[in-house]
Design a protein around this ligand. Sequence first.
Ligand code: PA5
Length: 434
Amino acid sequence: MRLSLDFGYCQKFIDDQSVKGLVSKAVQASQSLQDKTGKGNDFLGWLDLPERMQEQVTRIQSLADRIRANSEVLVVIGIGGSYLGAKSGLAFLQHHFSNELPAEKRGGPAIYFAGTNMSPQYLKDLMALIGDRDFSLNVISKSGTTTEPAIAFRFLKEKLEDKYGSTGLKDRIFLTTDPERGALTAMSEQTGYEKLVIDPHVGGRFSVLSPVGLLPFAVAGINIAELLEGARAAMNDVALPYEENPMLQYAVMRNHLYAAGFKIEMMVNYEPRLQYIAEWWKQLYGESEGKEHKGIFPASASYTTDLHSLGQYVQDGERHLFQTVLHLEESGADMVIGSNESDLDKLNYLAGKPLDYVNKKAEEGTLEAHYSGGVPNMIIKIKRADTLSLGYLFYFFEYACGVSAYMLDVNPFDQPGVEAYKSNMFRLLGKPNV
Ligand code: PA5
């Protein structure tokens, strides 16, 4: 197992009787996922993606190799579930400043994201940053109709056409979309742009282990076969009994805390590479569970940075939140604090200590303080930031999300609430036929 859960800093909030009831609910929920008898059961294609995607690894890798060979930059265009998985996985595995490294050190194209907002300044800055460099586009939209990526694509395609002419586009545009429907499918049919398919039975936020995540990962040089292997390990673990099953344990504990009045879950990290995992998780859980006026509100914080901003509230504010700490056992690098004769900065008491030791002590001290201040804390322990762990983590959170939402009796796989703003926006913009 590539991760484990620790409820030590949660203990005083645990009511064994209530947990027992929730365990059987979680087991039932898991069974409904496996039997495909629960709400939204038409969207369970993600359950076996780690197995099914193996046969696509060769094609995805060869498309990625083409991009790696002809591009200094890849722009991934997408939003929500068509963006956050790739972004979070790259942040988890890559050098913190990957895009700023010289190309030979990075070992692949710089990867930027577009279509995640409608800011003209963002797009202008991105296009200026690409400048004269060779680039390609991976447009990801399951529906093929989402406004933000469609607009970004229009601008970036123009830039591509200016540089390579209309005949050069075929080598540089990669569309990831529905097999049959939507504007991108029609475009691919008319132009011959390379197309990668998202299974129609996989919702956007559950799609990271499909070409949605796999193509950008492969372009970055990440071993996607290994990523799927990590995910398959989690897939096999779903059958474990509760005592050994982290997915069920996580779903049970967060529902237990929710029922006890803790309505906000804050995903906390002490390593910046985990920050985007929390962003991906927020969308996965927020969009899956926030329905029928129910659902834990998913929030996140990056410590120790946010101990200097949100720390006061967490310690002392309203008692309605619990924390889930993503704990990386091995930081990946270490730096030992040196000794200094003058000790003007008064840090000699730490001389000889690895920086990771200091970070871990900050974590421990914070856990103790928040726990005694009335905040329950779960810890998800991940061994190290490697490809196998990432695959496991993605599947772990997806499966626990399905179980948790079924425990709340909501459909995890629809998102009726995101339509309201869109129809207002289209009306205000004068879009025809809405
Ligand atoms: O999880 C979801 O379904 C959404 O967040 C979508 O991924 C997001 O709205 C983008 O949709 P599309 O891929 O159709 O452009």
